[in-house]
Design a protein around this ligand. Structure first.
Ligand SMILES: *Cc1c(COP(=O)(O)O)cnc(C)c1O
Length: 352
C-alpha cells in the first residue's frame, strides 16, 4: 500500500475517457414540477415510463443510514457480479495484467478474469485451517498484478479471513485488495468498509442476495474511496440498476428489524444443523462457518449428494474444488426445510 498510486493502476484508456452523459445526468433537479422532454421517454405515466436515477440516490441514502457510511463511497450494480466485472474493466489491461485469488473460493472471479482476458493466479489456502498462505500470495505478485481477491467469509469454506492476515495483505500490496463480504452480516466480525479511511487500496463488495434475502432483484454494492468510485461511475452503464430493483430494495431495507430477525433465525438454525451433523456417522469433518452455509467432508461426496437428491434435497457438491475432496456445501434453510434435512441425515446415518 505504501506505493499505491491509483493513476498507475487504472487502464490508460479509462483514465483518458470521458463518461457518457445521460439525459438524467445532465438535468436532475426533480424538486419542481417540470416537463421532461429530454430523454425520448414515453410521457404517459405507468409508474415505470421514466429512466431510473443513474446514481440511485434514494437507495444509497438508506444504505448509508444502515451501514453508517457515506453515499459517496458506493457504487451499486446489477448484482455483485456487475461491480466485480466493472473493476476488471477499469483496472486490468487484457492480455497483460493478472489478478490473484485464494482457492477454493467464489467461482465468478476466474470467470470474470477469463472474460476480460486477464491472467488468474490461484493461491491455495492452508489445508490445515483454510486461511490464506501469505508467503504464497506474495510470491505470485509481480509488476502486472492489479488486484487480489479475498472472499471473507469465504465461499465455499465458510470461515472469515483473520483480520491480521487481511491487514498484512492490504499493507504490503501496492495494487487493489478486493474483499468480498457477501456473507459478512451472518457474523460479528466488523466489516472492512470501516477501514476505507485507513486504506486507499481496498474495495469491499456486499450484496442484497444473501442476508437481506433479495437475490431475485440483483443488487450488489461496492464500497471504496471516492477516487475509485469516480472511476467506476465513469464506466458503468448509466441505468444499470433498474427502477423495480431500486423500489423493492428501498421497500425491504426500510424494515431492517425484520431482516435482522430472519438472520437470527438462520444463525440459530445453523447451530441446530451443526449439532445434527455432529451425530452423523458419514460426516468426517464440519468446517467452522461464519456464513449461512456449512461445508462438510463426508465419506463419499458423490454418493451422499445422490442420496440427498433422491430425497428431494439439493445441496452443493464441492468435491472438485481445490482442497475440497468429498466436501458438500449445505445452505441453511427454513426451520421446516432444516428438519427434513436432519431427518434425511439421520436416516442415511442408520444405513451404515
Ligand atoms: C452469493 C455470492 C455473491 C453474490 O453475488 P450477487 O451477484 O450479488 O448475487 C457474491 N460473492 C460471493 C462470494 C457469493 O457467494
Amino acid at each position: 500500500m505504501k506505493n499505491f498510486n491509483l493513476n498507475k493502476i487504472i487502464r490508460p484508456n479509462i483514465l483518458a475517457m470521458k463518461a457518457y452523459s445521460s439525459a438524467r445526468d445532465e438535468f436532475k433537479d426533480a424538486s419542481k414540477d417540470l416537463i421532461f422532454l429530454d430523454a425520448n421517454e414515453n410521457p404517459y405515466n405507468n409508474g415505470l415510463n421514466r429512466y431510473p436515477d443513474p446514481q440511485q440516490r434514494d437507495l444509497k441514502q438508506i444504505l448509508s443510514q444502515i451501514k453508517n457510511i457515506s453515499t459517496e463511497n458506493m457504487v451499486l450494480g446489477n448484482g455483485s457480479d456487475e461491480v466485480l466485472d466493472l473493476i476488471f474493466r477499469a483496472f486490468c489491461e487484457p492480455n497483460q495484467d493478472n489478478v490473484i485469488s485464494i482457492s477454493p473460493s467464489y467461482g465468478m472471479y476466474s470467470v470474470l478474469a477469463n472474460l476480460n482476458a486477464v491472467e488468474y493466479r490461484k493461491s491455495l489456502l492452508n489445508i490445515t485451517d483454510f486461511q490464506p498462505n501469505l508467503d504464497d500470495i506474495f510470491s505470485k505478485v509481480d509488476a502486472n498484478t492489479k488486484m487480489i481477491f479475498l472472499c471473507s467469509p469465504n465461499n465455499p469454506t465458510g470461515e472469515i479471513i483473520k483480520r491480521n492476515t487481511l491487514t498484512e495483505i492490504v499493507e504490503n500490496f501496492d495494487g487493489l485488495v478486493v474483499i468480498d463480504e457477501a456473507y459478512i452480516d451472518f457474523c460479528d466480525e466488523k466489516s472492512w468498509i470501516y477501514e476505507l479511511e485507513n486504506y486507499p487500496n481496498i474495495i469491499v463488495t456486499q450484496t442484497l442476495s444473501k442476508a437481506v434475502g433479495l437475490a431475485g432483484i440483483r443488487l450488489g454494492i461496492l464500497y471504496a474511496r471516492k477516487e475509485i468510485i469516480s472511476v467506476l461511475n465513469k464506466i458503468k452503464p448509466p441505468y444499470n440498476v433498474n427502477q423495480l430493483t431500486q423500489n423493492k430494495a428501498i421497500e425491504i431495507l426500510k424494515d431492517y428489524e425484520k431482516i435482522n430477525a430472519i438472520m437470527q433465525v438462520l444463525i440459530e438454525q445453523k447451530a441446530v444443523l451443526k449439532q445434527a451433523l455432529e451425530n452423523c456417522s458419514f460426516v468426517e469433518k464440519i468446517y467452522p462457518s461464519d456464513a449461512n452455509f456449512i461445508l462438510i467432508k463426508v465419506d463419499n461426496a458423490n454418493k451422499r449428494y445422490d442420496e440427498f437428491l433422491e430425497k428431494g434435497i439439493i445441496i452443493r457438491n464441492r468435491t472438485n474444488d481445490d482442497l475440497c475432496e468429498n466436501c458438500l456445501r449445505i445452505t441453511v434453510g427454513t426451520e421446516e426445510e432444516n428438519s427434513k434435512l436432519i431427518e434425511t441425515l439421520t436416516d442415511l446415518s442408520r444405513k451404515i
